[in-house]
Every structure is written in C-alpha cells, then in structure tokens.
Write a protein that binds this ligand. Structure first.
Ligand SMILES: Nc1nc2c(ncn2[C@@H]2O[C@H](COP(=O)(O)OP(=O)(O)OP(=O)(O)O)[C@@H](O)[C@H]2O)c(=O)[nH]1
Ligand SMILES: [K+]
Ligand SMILES: [Mg+2]
Length: 446
C-alpha cells in the first residue's frame, strides 16, 4: 500500500517562474471532484483538452485555462489525474494553489508522482530513474540513453535475467523435493549452464568501462601542467568564456575550476588546476594537492606543456610524470615557437595556441574521438547508476557461491539471493527502504 494513497496531491509540473503556460498536475482520489469545483462544470471527457474558466473558493474567476482529465487507472500515476494548463504568471499560480489547498489537496513531495506510478506498477524503478535522467539530460547522448531506459530497455534486460534465475530455482527445488537417486549430489545438470551463462553475461555487462554512469554524470577531463603553461587560457578557449583567471604570474590558479562542455553530444566536465611545481606558498601547495587529487580521479588527463620549454627537464618533468594510458599531451603557445615536435615522451602531441585559437579544432576533434569511444553506448543498454552496479555485483557473487555449493539446498538459497539482487534493481522485490533514497532526488512535480 502506498503511504499517501488517500491524499490527493498537486504540483507545478513545469519549471517555476513566469512563462506562457504553466502546468499544474493533480493526482489522487479527489482529483475528480477538485476539477469540477474549479470549473463549476461537470468533468470534461477523458484525455481531451477543454477550455474552462477557473474559480476560487469565493467564486471569482482567476484564469481561463485548458483542463485535462485522465481517469485512473489509465493515467501516469494509475490514480485519477487532472491537469490545468494555466497562464503562467505568479498571481495565477498562487490563486490556483490556494484554491486546491482550500479543497484539501496538498502540495506533492519531490518525486511523489513518479513514486505513485511505481507503486501502481506503471513503471519499474529503472524507468522511474530514467524520467529523472531525461529531465536532467543536457546533451543528445544523455537524452538518448535516458529515453532508452525510460522505454524499459534496461528493466527488460534485468527482468529477463531474473526470470531465467527463477526458472532455474524451480528446477533446483524440484530436485530437492523429488531427488533422483541415480544422479550425483550437487546441482542438477540443467541448472549449471544457466548459472554459468548468466554469471558470464552479467560480467560482460559490468565490464563496460562505466559507460552508462559516465554518460549520465559527465566524462571528467583534468588540465594539468607547470605554472604558466597556459592551462587556464586553454580552459577559457575551450569553454569560450572567461571562466578562469589568466595572468603572467606563475601560480595564479589555486582552486579547481570546472566548466561543462558538450563534445559531440557527450557531456564533459573540464577542470583547470593549479600549476605543478615545488611551491613555497602554503595556499599554492594546497592548490597543487587538489590538482593531483583531481588528476587521480579524472577519466582523461590533458598534460599541457609550453612549446618553448617542453624539453627543459624540470619544467616538464612533473607534468609528464602524470602520463599514463589516459593522458593526452598538448603543446601550448604554438604562436611563440618555430619548431613544435609531433611526439613528446613517446606520445603524439597536439600543438595549439590558446591565444590565437590555432590547433584548438584538432584538439577538440581528438577529445571528441576519445570521449565518444569511451561513452558510446553498445548494442545492449548500459547500466547508469552505482545502485545497479552494486546489485549486479551482489547477484554475480551469489551465482558464484551457488555454482560452488555441494548441496542443492545451499545452491537454491544462493540462486534465490541472486534473483532478489536483480529484483532490487527494477523494484520487483523488497525495496521499501530504497524508495526514499531514489525518489528524493526527483524534483517536485515529477
Ligand atoms: N603567446 C601566448 N601566450 C599564452 C598562450 N596561452 C597562455 N598564454 C599566456 O601565458 C600566461 C599564463 O597563462 P595562464 O593561462 O594563466 O597559465 P596557467 O597554466 O593557467 O598558469 P597557472 O595558473 O599559474 O599555473 C598568460 O600571460 C597568458 O596570456 C598562448 O597560446 N600564446
Ligand atoms: K599564470
Ligand atoms: Mg591557471
């Protein structure tokens, strides 16, 4: 049972502020009386936009609006739902809100509409999470991933796996109840390939380089290098705005400065950091500590060298010491150098000038290629949250235990745990404790 099922809730479904049209959504048993009370007319035909004058408690008309009526269970929440498409001004919204409150409706909690939809079985949890992701999507690739998940691709994958486990469990239980004395102890032969197959499939799904999670959260790139290499200048040039202070004083940047970029539809968080050197100043040393910490957790390091000093040992040393598989060398200040090498420390170097813009298109193209390779969704839907990853790891651990078990009773218990771990992702089993956490991150009106 829903905690709220007797309440009728309402909320602004559109963004707050002034606008041409604002939508207020109502859901719950009183929606079907609240709407006629506002319009002073019978309910309109279901799912048909109808123009109506809206009245407050005192009978004063406060707006002329489009109203829609979605009787349950064929509505978003499964309950009776109504929508008011109002003129989007503060006074109109305030009047509507007062009129609804006066009728005993209450303002919805964040995510409460989606939670009701989940509790009515209209959505599984992955679909509900995808609604939040779709609303938050800032790039095309994020939007596509969210839509695919919202349409049920991810939930269907996990439910398919869970059904296979439930069937295997039925086999195991039949064996326990009606043992075949001729068979050796251990798992029924029909069950082993199902468990090993799933163990492997889930392993492949998990080893996706965190594609879906990165696509959702943004791919993180850290700009690193010696003081005055032009890191902040490069950040500003790539972001096309003055996000970071640039000056000829070495040690200008201390805090990590982030900008969001859309690289070919993929979301990137680009971070400028303090120049790396043996600093005497305490604040600068803290800045360098933060730079190195950011380097550690970045998905890609952009190692920026000044093209006139790239081969002077201690200028480049600290920077190149950070080079690993995930690093790209950039030689900046191309405009000041007559010669720029194409390789540095065995890596291809991209020559740019943050000042003139030369080479930035090449750098952006290289970044787009790297980010695209790392985030491009595969044929199967990607898992998008640490929550999914944890449950899949639990499932896999339980499968491994089941395969090692030497009594069918023990194997059955682990298969049951494995199926339950999958069920937690879609919300098919005991998830009450999870719901608050998941729906809390939604905004009001969803
Ligand atoms: N000619 C030329 N000057 C540049 C270029 N990029 C940066 N500069 C100059 O180099 C100096 C240092 O630039 P910043 O962007 O502050 O360098 P930084 O690496 O962020 O320096 P710190 O924050 O101190 O570590 C400034 O005077 C910039 O104007 C470039 O491509 N060409
Ligand atoms: K500087
Ligand atoms: Mg700087």
């Amino acid at each position: 049972m829903s905690l709220y099922s007797t309440d009728t809730i309402f909320a602004l479904a559109s963004a707050p502020g002034r606008g041409g049209v604002q939508v207020i959504r109502l859901s719950g048993p009183a929606a079907g009386t609240a709407l006629p009370a506002l319009t002073r007319r019978p309910l309109p035909p279901p799912r048909r936009a109808t123009l109506a004058r809206l009245h407050d408690q005192a009978g004063e008309v406060f707006d002329q609006a489009l109203v829609l009526w979605f009787p349950g269970p064929d509505s978003f929440t499964g309950e009776d739902v109504a929508e008011l498409h109002l003129h989007g001004g503060r006074a109109v919204l305030a009047a509507a809100s007062e009129a609804l409150t006066a009728q005993g409706l209450r303002v919805a909690e964040p995510g409460e509409f989606s939670r009701r939809a989940f509790e009515a079985g209209k959505l599984d949890l992955t679909e509900a999470e995808a609604i939040a992701d779709l609303v938050d999507a800032e790039t095309a690739a994020q939007r596509r991933q969210a839509l695919r998940q919202m349409e049920g691709a991810l939930g269907a994958l996990y439910e398919g796996w869970r059904h296979r486990l439930v069937r295997a469990l039925a086999h195991l239980e039949a064996d326990i109840d009606f043992p075949d004395e001729d068979l050796p102890h251990g798992l029924a032969p029909a069950v082993v390939p199902v468990l090993t197959g799933l163990y492997q499939e889930i392993g492949v799904h998990l080893a996706d380089g965190h594609r879906g999670e990165r696509l959702r959260d943004g791919f993180s790139i850290a700009i690193l290098g010696a003081p005055n290499a032009g890191k902040s200048s490069l950040l500003n040039a790539l972001a096309r705005r003055d996000a970071a202070i640039v000056s000829s004083t070495a040690g200008t940047t201390r805090d990590v400065i982030e900008v969001n970029l859309d690289l070919g539809g993929f979301p990137v968080i680009l971070a400028d950091t303090a120049g790396l050197r043996d600093a005497a100043d305490e604040i600068e040393r803290e800045g360098i500590r933060r730079a190195l910490a950011r380097a550690e957790r970045a998905d890609l390091k952009l190692l920026v060298l000044d093209c006139s000093t790239w081969n002077i040992g201690d200028m480049a040393e600290a920077t190149l010491a950070l080079a690993d598989g995930d690093a790209l060398v950039v030689l900046n200040k191309r405009d000041l150098c007559t010669y720029v090498p194409s390789m540095v420390a065995g890596r291809t170097a991209i020559a740019v000038s943050a000042a003139t813009g030369e080479g930035l298109a090449d750098l952006l193209a290289a970044l787009e290629r790297i980010v695209g390779d790392r985030l491009m969704p595969g044929a199967a839907p990607s898992l998008t949250r640490a929550r999914h990853r944890q449950a899949l790891e639990d499932c896999r651990a339980a499968l491994a235990r089941a395969l090692r078990a030497d009594l069918p009773e023990l194997a059955a218990e682990d298969v049951r745990l494995a199926a339950r771990a999958l069920g937690r992702i879609t919300g098919r089993v005991d998830v009450e404790d999870l719901l608050d956490v998941i729906f809390r991150d939604f905004c009001i009106g969803k």
